[in-house]
Structures are given as structure tokens and as C-alpha cells.
Design a protein around this ligand. Structure first.
Ligand code: SF4
Length: 448
């Protein structure tokens, strides 16, 4: 837990010698609390004070990276229990399990399908980025499958095996790729920890209860292994939520270092809908890696969309750049629509304009990321603001007509906007879904 300036002051020598560049130890303590200077500036700290100060500056949940620098995945380093308190920082990873008893052709076909699970939503790319290879066969086959999947290079990997020979062979193939190993238990700790140290890989720690997990993470930490991920094993959904919540609470509220690591859950449901529901539950609270078996497109899109919503910043709505956007092969006769710079609004309007196949312009007004009605109520989407945007984006030089289409929800501003902008205002549909038919039925002379 971070220390206050006064707590830090109690750990300083209090000689006011000024060697740190500050007039007093208290002034230095205040800057340390704000993290504007480092503890190395004071040469007179005792070893014990140094240890205490270093420990207090560590994040309560360790940041763990999986994969190589160019495509590495980061999890952990979370600071709050609830999204509205600040935000969640590192989106949980959704990974798919591939079992080694499939044939090579089946594996190749699955890889292609998983690699095609790419979506774009409100301007962000969503995709599956983690694969877990699970050993069901002999060591040689597991190693063969790891080699096959690694050769594609599409994904970062988790290796799921409890055989030393199999894991060692697989890690030789994936070395330097920071592959996650699943998992250390009380039984295999002696050899699996050596593999994690030798190959510099993060390691999952598995135990049925929190006490058992604590003793394992403490032992691994003593051995110098700190890139850890916690798994509390197979449980019912309520039990799992209890574990995930307790681990997070202990790390954030009680500064329990033994539990200050990201968490992982494996979903073992045969029914794809049950699997999706369970995964959605753990995305919400508080798993940072979720491994599933099924990779239907509908499921991937639903889970990735949920994750995108939960891991966005609640205090900063997703926004796009305010400017004039052409859609399709526009001409000077193309219709001009006006809307706000809330990403979801823009991309919804964009999708419907594209669906209409009527090339159009969209003017995006800076409403600080608010949607149409909210912005109107907050006086961010007003006739003055719209007129300002029209002038700024030089619409008169772009189209030869004199008409603008505004969202139906703000029809009330049309007269005022006509007076202020000098444009004729056409009131569009209230919902974006009405745009294709609205644009198609605009008479051809309407924009002349
Ligand atoms: S160098 Fe250390 S002892 Fe000297 S004033 Fe700064 S904090 Fe105090």
C-alpha cells in the first residue's frame, strides 16, 4: 500500500542535510509520496527503510507479461476493486485451449479459424491473442504439437502439462517467447520452478484454496520467481467468484503480497452458451486470463465486446476526432449528416450510411465524447457548436448544396440552426437504423 508523506518522513534520517536537493527531509518525503523523485536521492537511508519504501512503491497486483516484446500481453497491475473508482487497466486475456490429441490437420484448421476471429468495433481491433496447448497424449506428441503451433507464430502461448520432460521439450521450442507455464502445485514445485527460472517464463500457481496458494507464491517468491498467475482450480461459479473477489480484495485492500498476482480461470463447459455465460461472469469479476474450449464467432465477438466495455475508462468516453468524414465515393452533391464524436454514435451512424450505399459526408462535432441527446442536454451539441464545426471544416468548399441532416432527437434545434448556420436543415430519423431508407428516399434534387 502506498505510504503517505508523513509515513515516509518517519523513515528518513531527519537531519535536513539537503543532499537530496530539498531543504528538509519533510519536503523530500512529500515529493517521494507524489513519486516525483526516487529514494536513491537520499544516501543516508537505512537498509530497513529502503526495503519498506521499495515495498510500498510496488503495485498491489503484479504486472505480468506473456510473450515477446513486439506482441507481448500484459495482465495485472490493477489498482481498484470497482471500475467506477478509476478504471481497469489491463484487459483480461481470452485464450482458447487446443488439445494435443487432435490430428495435425484438425489443429491447422482450428488455428486458421481462431486466427480469423478478428473484429473491429468503435475503431478498435478485437481478437483472440492467447492459445493454451493442453497435454493429453505422450510427451513426444505434446512437443510435436507445440512445434506445429509455434511455427504459425499467430499467438502467444500457455503450455498445459504436468510432465517435466514434455514441458522441457516444449519450452526449448518456445524459448525466448515468455510462454506461460500451467501450473505449479505442491507436488511438482521442485522441478517446475526450475523450468520457470531456466526459461524466464511466467508461471501459473494452482491450489484448491487461498491458504495453499499463499504458501506456494511465498515459496516461489523466495526462489526469485515473481511473474506468477493464480488459479484456484475447478469450482462452481459462486465459489470461483468468491475466490477471485477475495484474492483481489486481499491484494488491494489488505496489501497481501502473497495474493498480489493476476488470476486465471479455466472454463470446462460442454454447452457453448453455458461456456459463454461463465466466461462473461469472470470477465466482469475478476479473472485476468480466461481459457475456453469453444471458438464460435458469436461467442468470441460477445466476450470481446463485453471485455472492451468493461476495460474502457468510465471517465473518458471513447471519442473520435472531430472532422468531416467522407463515406463512399462522395461528390459535391452528397448528403451531409451531422452527429457527435462519441465513438459508438459515430460508428453506428457510419455502419448505417455504408449500408445505405448512398455516398455521404458525416460532420463530427466535438461534444467531448457525449452521445446526441446527452450532448444536447449538456449544451455541447448546440446550433452554435454545429455552426462552428461547419465553418471550421469548410463545408461550403466541399459540397455545392445548402442542406444538412441532423439527428431526429434534436429536431427541436432545427429553426435556430437554420438561422445560425444559413443552411436548410433536414431532420433525419431518431435512430441510426432509419438512415438507409431515409438516405435512399431523399429525392435526387434534394441535394442540388
Ligand atoms: S538527503 Fe536524506 S537526510 Fe538529507 S535532507 Fe534529504 S532526505 Fe533528509
Amino acid at each position: 500500500m502506498p505510504l503517505s508523506g508523513l509515513d515516509i518522513y518517519k523513515l528518513l534520517p531527519k537531519t535536513n542535510c539537503r543532499e537530496c536537493g530539498f531543504a528538509t527531509c519533510l519536503a523530500f518525503a512529500m515529493q517521494l509520496a507524489k513519486k516525483t523523485v526516487g529514494i536513491d536521492k537520499c544516501p543516508y537511508l537505512t537498509e530497513e527503510s529502503k526495503r519498506t519504501l521499495e515495498a510500498s512503491s510496488l503495485p498491489p497486483i503484479k504486472l505480468v507479461t506473456i510473450g515477446t516484446r513486439s506482441s507481448c500481453l500484459e495482465i495485472g497491475n490493477e489498482t481498484v476493486m470497482f471500475r467506477h473508482e478509476e478504471k481497469f487497466h489491463h484487459p483480461c486475456l481470452i485464450g482458447i485451449i487446443i488439445e494435443d490429441n487432435l490430428t495435425d490437420n484438425q489443429i491447422k484448421s482450428e488455428l486458421e479459424k481462431i486466427n480469423n476471429l478478428k473484429f473491429e468495433r468503435i475503431g478498435q481491433k478485437l481478437e483472440i491473442s492467447l492459445l493454451a496447448i493442453k497435454q493429453n497424449s505422450a510427451s513426444a506428441r505434446f512437443i510435436e504439437v507445440v512445434k506445429l503451433i509455434s511455427s504459425y507464430g499467430y499467438f502467444n502461448l500457455t503450455l498445459m502439462s504436468n510432465e517435466e520432460e514434455a514441458l522441457k521439450g516444449a519450452l526449448e521450442i518456445t524459448k525466448d517467447k515468455k510462454t506461460l507455464i500451467y501450473s505449479a502445485t505442491g507436488e511438482n514445485l521442485s522441478w517446475i520452478s526450475k523450468l520457470a527460472l531456466t526459461y524466464h517464463t511466467p508461471l501459473v500457481v494452482s491450489g484448491q484454496n487461498i491458504e495453499c496458494i499463499c504458501s506456494l507464491t511465498e515459496e516461489l517468491s523466495r526462489q526469485g520467481i515473481n511473474d506468477l498467475v493464480i488459479d484456484t482450480g475447478k469450482k462452481s461459479i459462486p465459489e470461483k467468484i468468491w475466490d477471485l473477489t477475495q484474492i483481489r480484495r486481499q491484494a488491494l485492500k489488505k496489501s497481501n503480497r502473497s495474493l498480489g498476482y493476476p488470476t486465471l480461470t479455466i472454463i470446462e463447459q460442454d454447452n457453448p452458451y453455458d461456456e459463454a455465460i461463465e466466461a462473461a461472469t469472470y470477465i466482469s469479476k475478476y479473472a485476468q486470463i480466461i481459457l475456453i474450449k469453444g471458438f464460435e464467432a458469436w461467442k468470441a465477438l460477445s466476450l470481446l465486446t463485453l471485455r472492451q466495455n468493461i476495460y474502457s475508462d468510465p471517465q473518458k468516453p471513447l471519442q473520435i476526432e472531430p472532422k468531416l468524414y467522407p463515406v463512399g465515393q462522395v461528390t459535391d452533391k452528397s448528403p451531409v449528416l451531422v452527429t457527435t464524436n462519441f465513438s459508438l454514435t459515430y460508428y453506428t451512424v457510419l455502419g448505417e450510411v455504408e449500408a445505405s450505399k448512398v455516398p455521404s459526408y458525416i460532420i463530427i462535432v466535438n461534444t467531448e465524447g457525449m452521445s446526441v441527446l446527452t450532448a444536447w442536454a449538456a449544451e455541447k451539441f448546440t446550433p452554435e457548436k454545429i455552426t462552428e464545426s461547419i465553418n471550421k471544416f469548410a463545408i461550403r468548399n466541399t459540397v455545392s448544396h445548402n442542406r444538412l441532416i441532423i439527428p431526429g432527437y434534436v429536431a427541436v434545434m432545427s429553426t435556430d440552426l437554420e438561422e445560425k448556420s444559413g443552411y436548410q436543415i433536414l431532420v433525419g430519423p431518431k435512430e441510426a437504423t432509419g438512415l438507409p431508407s431515409f438516405l435512399k428516399t431523399l429525392s435526387s434534387y434534394a441535394m442540388e
